[in-house]
Ligand binder design. Sequence first.
Ligand code: 2F8
Ligand code: CA
Length: 128
Amino acid sequence: GSFKEKLATFCPSVYYISSTMKTWKESRRDCLERGADLVIINSKEEQELLRLFQNRIWIGLTDADIEGEWKWVDGTQLITSYWGFGEPNSFEGKDEDCGEIQFFKQENNWNDAPCNLKNYWICEEKLQ
Ligand code: 2F8
Ligand code: CA
């Protein structure tokens, strides 16, 4: 098989960790330009891995299309979630349509935040 297929047998995803901060959309554009997308969290292991970064990061989660309907950037629905206590809350009636990891000291650490906020971000390229 191809190089990618072989790599995928022991490394299902590769990640890019940003060293600057951008809005959610700019972050996503950067990922797409790398042939990747903002990280999609679909296991407890991946959730715990991202927690170790210890910075606020954008993840590939948004409810910009339909308020309250959170979707991953690959179009899949959100099944297992790790929202922080009281989140998502569109804090004080503000538009908070983009998903981030914020409370990284806690196991449940996702927050909905305003998309124009500048955060670090992590891209994921799924190899399989
Ligand atoms: O207390 C949770 C709350 O914290 C902040 O607002 C004070 C977050 N906003 C930003 O980071 C801009 C809210 O999204 C969050 O719910
Ligand atoms: Ca919030």
